[in-house]
Design a protein around this ligand. Structure first.
Ligand code: HEC
Length: 184
């Protein structure tokens, strides 16, 4: 009988502790909100600038492509490029509609002819980035555009250059302004 009473008292005390713990947890989550999870949050210093998308080379690889010497885009885009999509952007392929939070990266490298005649990936040239935020980038189809020179972590585009990105990507309005397509 005494053991029974003891057990009830212990259960009540534990329940009480549990409630206290959850109240504390709620309070602490209020006191310290989670940091913004968005990998390419907007840079507050310039309204249109985009932060470098850390870790994008481990996102989903959409495709690669080669722009060879002689191509009209060679000066600015010549070389080997790889396109990566974060989770949100990946879900947009196929739908032709990309939700806010979508981030796409176009990673461009020089190419090198090796001694045995094969072609290797050379040094990085630059990384082009698109970030979807329908309100913030309403003037450019809901996408913000950025370019990071190799090794640099701040967007080097002028507002006029961003307009140039958006003008060409507008040709793909019906595909959500995105050119690449998921490869089988
Ligand atoms: C003259 C047209 C043109 C211009 C200008 C242009 N792009 Fe693109 N962009 C493309 C094409 C075509 C692809 C797809 C390449 C492929 O499929 O391999 C692409 C792909 C991309 C991608 C990968 C997502 C997608 O649409 O497939 C990003 C990110 C990107 N461009 C960013 C930029 C940025 C930033 C600028 C401006 C600095 C820019 N682009 C300027 C034509 C353009």
């Amino acid at each position: 009988m005494r053991a029974e009473t003891h057990r009830i008292a212990l259960t009540a005390a534990l329940a009480c502790l549990g409630a206290l713990a959850s109240v504390l947890a709620m309070r602490s989550s209020h006191a310290a909100p989670e940091p913004e999870p968005e990998p390419a949050a907007a840079d507050p210093t310039t309204p249109q600038a985009i932060a470098f998308p850390q870790g994008y080379t481990r996102w989903t690889h959409i495709k690669s492509g080669l722009i060879p010497a002689g191509h009209p885009a060679f000066a600015s885009y010549g070389g080997l490029h790889h396109i990566y999509a974060n989770q949100t952007a990946l879900a947009g392929y196929g739908k032709g509609e990309f939700a806010d939070g979508s981030v796409l990266a176009y990673d461009l490298f020089e190419t090198r002819l090796t001694a045995d005649g094969s072609i290797d990936q050379g040094p990085r040239r630059h990384v082009d980035v698109m970030v979807k935020d329908a309100r913030r980038y309403a003037a450019t189809g809901g996408w913000g555009y950025a370019e990071f020179a190799a090794g640099q972590r701040s967007d080097r585009l002028s507002q006029a250059q961003r307009g140039g990105c958006a003008a060409c990507h507008a040709a793909r309005k019906d595909q959500g302004y995105v050119f690449s397509e998921l490869q089988g």
